[in-house]
Design a protein around this ligand. Structure first.
Ligand code: SF4
Ligand code: SF4
Length: 473
C-alpha cells in the first residue's frame, strides 16, 4: 500500500540517503534569542565539566567516577565500595529526575545540558563555522575537488578537532582516576604511565570519532535516553513544537508571495521556506510533528521567529508548547503522572538523606578468621580470633585507634606490637585480633559481642561479632 504524501516522511530519516548511505548534515548556523541563551548556558556548563574533576570540597574531588576502584564522589561527597547502595540510590534519583523533567518538558536536557550537545554544537560546530563558513559554503567545500584551499581548511579543522578531543580525553580521565593523578601523570610524562597513556589515546580517538564523524548519530541511534522519549512524552509534555493549526490553517502551508491575501486563500502562517529544516542539527522537519531525532535544541524556533518577523506575522509558530496547548488551547497542568514521579523522587531523596545522615566516616568490619572456632585457655579463658578492617572515608588521618568490648567483660588483643594504630586518610587499616573472655561471663555457645572503635577517647564506630564458646552455660 502506498504511504499517503503527508506520512511519507516516516519512510526515511534525514541522515540516511535513498541508497542507505550516511547523509551528511550541514546545518545552518543558528542565531537568535534562544541560541544566545544556550551559548551562555554552555559557557557555564563547559567551565563546570572541565573544572569539576579538579575542584575539591573538604579535600574530596567534586565529581569522580572511579569505576575500577569503585570509588565515586558526587558534589564532593565520597562514596566507597561499602557505600555502593547509596551511590546506586543517587543514580536512581538522577534518572527519576530526568524522567520527571522529560514527562513535563520533553527533551530539554538534550538541547540545553547534555555534554554531547554542548561539545558538538558549542565547540566543534562553531569551529567548523569559523573555518568552513555557514551551510552553503560547507556544502560547496564538500563538493569541491581537493585543491589547496580544501586541504588547508580540512587539515586545520581536523587538527583542532584532534587537539580538543585530546583535552576532553584528559578531562574524562580525570573523572575516572582523579584530577590529582592526571596532573601528576602529566608532570611524570607519558612513558612513566604507558598503559594510562594508551587509554588516553583510545579515549581521544573515541571523542574524535564522535565529534568529527558520528555526531548527531549518537542522539539518533546510540543514546538510550533518546529512545525512551516515545514512552515518556504525552500530549501534555512541553516540547519544541510546530503550531500546525496556525501554520497550516485550512489549505496548508504555501510559499510567500508579496501582496497575496493568504488569510482569504485559507493558507497558514508557514511560508514553506525550509529555514527550520536547514538549521536543524539532526536534519528533521519539525513540521512533521515531534520526532525521536529532535533534541529540542531550539534552533528551529529562532530561525522561524526570524522568518515570522520578516513577513510580519507573530513569532512563536515553532515554540515550546504541548500538543494539547496547540490543539485544545490547554495550559500546562500537573498531571497525575507528574505528581506520581514527584512523589517517587521525594521518597528517594528522603531515603538518601536519611542514609547519608546515618553513614559513618569510619567503616569497621570484624570477621571471624576462616576455619577458626575457639580456643580453651588456662584459667577458663575462651579465646576467639578475628580479622578486622577499618576504612577511613575522610581526608584526615584517624589516630590512636583502639577497640573495647561494650557489654561483656573481656579483653581485645591486637596481633601487633602496638595497642593503638592509625588509619590513613581515604585509606584503610587491617589486621588480626583476639578476644578473650572468662567462661563465667558467657551465657551461651554463641554470644553476640559489641565492639566499640575509639579514636583516643572518642567513640567513632560500633560493630558486632559472634563469639563462640564450648557449650551453653
Ligand atoms: S521556518 Fe517557519 S515558516 Fe519557514 S518552513 Fe519552517 S515553520 Fe514554515
Ligand atoms: S527540530 Fe528544531 S529543536 Fe528539534 S533538533 Fe531540529 S532544530 Fe533542534
Amino acid at each position: 500500500m502506498k504511504t499517503p504524501e503527508s506520512e511519507q516522511f516516516r519512510d526515511s530519516i534525514g541522515t540516511v540517503t535513498k541508497e542507505g548511505k550516511r547523509a551528511w548534515i550541514f546545518p545552518k548556523k543558528p542565531s537568535g534569542k534562544f541560541y544566545r541563551y544556550r551559548k551562555l548556558v554552555s559557557y557555564v556548563l563547559l567551565a563546570f565539566l572541565i573544572l569539576a574533576p579538579f575542584v575539591k570540597i573538604n579535600g574530596n574531588q567534586f565529581l569522580m567516577f572511579n569505576v575500577m576502584e569503585r570509588r565515586f564522589n558526587i558534589f564532593g561527597f565520597p562514596f566507597w565500595p561499602q557505600d555502593f547502595h547509596l551511590f546506586v540510590i543517587s543514580m536512581i534519583i538522577g534518572v527519576v529526575f530526568i524522567i520527571l523533567f522529560t514527562v513535563a518538558f520533553g527533551r530539554i536536557f538534550c538541547g540545553w545540558i547534555c555534554p554531547q550537545t554542548i561539545f558538538l554544537e558549542m565547540v566543534f560546530r562553531r569551529i567548523e563555522y569559523w573555518i568552513d563558513g555557514d551551510r552553503n559554503k560547507q556544502i560547496k567545500l564538500d563538493k569541491q575537488a581537493w585543491n589547496a584551499e580544501k586541504i588547508k581548511k580540512r587539515l586545520l579543522k581536523w587538527s583542532l578537532f584532534l587537539i580538543i578531543s585530546f583535552i576532553i580525553a584528559n578531562v574524562f580521565l580525570a573523572y575516572l582516576i582523579s584530577g590529582d593523578r592526571v596532573l601528576q601523570y602529566i608532570i611524570d610524562g607519558p612513558t612513566s604511565h604507558l598503559s594510562t597513556f594508551i587509554s588516553l589515546l583510545i579515549f581521544t580517538a573515541v571523542f574524535y570519532f564522535v565529534f568529527a564523524w558520528f555526531r548527531e548519530q549518537v542522539c539518533i541511534i546510540a543514546c538510550p535516553y533518546g529512545r525512551l522519549q516515545g514512552v515518556l512524552l504525552d500530549t501534555k509534555s512541553i516540547v519544541v513544537a510546530y503550531d500546525h493549526k496556525r501554520g497550516e490553517s485550512e489549505n496548508g502551508r504555501k510559499k510567500w508571495r508579496k501582496n497575496e491575501d493568504r488569510t482569504a486563500l485559507g493558507h497558514g502562517n508557514c511560508i514553506d521556506c525550509f529555514q527550520c529544516v536547514h538549521v536543524c542539527p539532526t536534519g528533521i522537519d519539525i513540521r512533521n510533528g515531534t520526532q525521536l531525532e529532535c533534541i529540542n535544541c531550539t534552533a528551529c524556533m529562532d530561525e522561524c521567529d526570524d522568518v515570522m518577523e520578516k513577513v510580519g506575522y507573530p513569532k512563536g509558530l515553532i515554540r515550546y508548547a504541548s500538543e494539547d496547548e496547540i490543539t485544545k488551547k490547554e495550559k500546562f497542568k500537573f498531571t497525575a503522572r507528574i505528581k506520581g514521579y514527584i512523589a517517587v523522587l521525594a521518597i528517594l531523596i528522603g531515603l538518601l538523606t536519611g542514609m547519608l545522615f546515618l553513614r559513618n566516616d569510619v567503616e569497621a568490619c570484624v570477621l571471624r578468621l576462616p576455619g577458626q572456632l575457639y580456643e580453651h585457655k588456662d584459667d577458663n579463658i575462651i579465646s576467639n580470633v578475628f580479622t578486622y578492617k577499618l576504612i577511613n572515608k575522610t581526608t584526615k588521618d584517624i589516630n590512636n585507634i583502639h577497640f573495647k568490648l561494650k557489654k561483656h567483660k573481656g579483653i581485645i588483643k591486637l596481633v601487633s606490637t602496638e595497642s593503638e594504630f592509625t588509619v590513613p586518610q581515604q585509606g584503610f587499616a587491617e589486621g588480626t585480633l583476639f578476644i578473650e573472655i572468662n567462661e563465667r561471663d558467657l551465657k551461651s555457645d554463641k554470644n553476640k559481642l559489641f565492639i566499640e572503635v575509639y579514636s583516643g577517647s572518642e567513640l567513632i564506630e560500633t560493630t558486632t561479632v559472634n563469639f563462640l564458646a564450648p557449650r551453653s552455660y
